[in-house]
Design a protein around this ligand. Structure first.
Ligand code: ZN
Ligand code: ZN
Length: 212
């Protein structure tokens, strides 16, 4: 029995599926985009997880042989593991089920499995599991955005860090944090502006003293 001609897309459950596939054309294109996007998500989580404003901090680890705590968010590390494991799982499924058996990805890193799965996508969407695959890939992207929203992209600030003295302060619109590994100083943008005022006042005072 075949439902090939009146099958509904297993991803959006609205549009008709594309010929012998289990999903429609727009969902296929979105899925390909999401697979590609997971490589960037993985890197982005890595950037975010080592330096976070205090409100994000769910746990901290101590740098080996130093007493300086490194801000560290376990949720981002876990999300990275989930991306790696989910892609490796699906790659293994394809290798086991597809005939002739394809060469597996050369390793289980996201950089290897995501593009490899993209090359297998034409076959995957012809399998009944296509809907599950789509949901899991989309779920990973949604969860990444929840754990580490993109609007928290950091921009550099001109003043040195009041704790370590390095030009390493950045802000994400509201929060300011030192990006130097091992420092972990964080403050609000209001506190940063206060620091600016203090430095400006100190400079004005020095100038006055020189003029006198
Ligand atoms: Zn669809
Ligand atoms: Zn610092």
């Amino acid at each position: 029995m075949t439902h090939q001609h009146n099958r509904t897309c297993a991803a959006c459950r609205q549009r008709p599926a594309w010929a012998a596939r289990w999903i429609c054309v727009p969902c296929y294109l979105a899925l390909r985009e999401d697979l590609h996007g997971l490589v960037g998500d993985y890197r982005w989580l890595g950037e975010c997880m080592v330096l976070l404003p205090p409100s994000w901090r769910t746990s901290s680890i101590r740098a080996f042989r130093t007493e300086t705590p490194i801000p560290f968010d376990a949720r981002m590390s876990l999300q990275r593991d989930r991306i790696t494991e989910t892609l490796a799982y699906w790659a293994r499924m394809v290798v086991e089920a597809k005939r002739p058996r394809p060469w597996p990805p050369h390793d289980v890193t996201v950089e290897a499995t995501a593009p490899w799965l993209t090359t297998q996508l034409g076959w995957i969407v012809r399998q009944e599991a296509a809907g599950d695959f789509d949901r899991e890939i989309r779920g990973l992207r949604v969860d990444t955005d929840r754990v580490a929203p993109r609007e928290l992209e950091w921009r550099s600030l001109p003043l040195p860090c009041p704790r370590c003295g390095q030009l390493a302060l950045s802000h994400n619109g509201g929060l300011v944090a030192c990006r130097r590994g091992g420092c972990g100083h964080a403050m609000t943008l209001g506190e940063y502006h206060q620091l600016e005022d203090e430095i400006a006042a100190a400079l004005a005072e020095r100038r006055q003293a020189q003029d006198a």
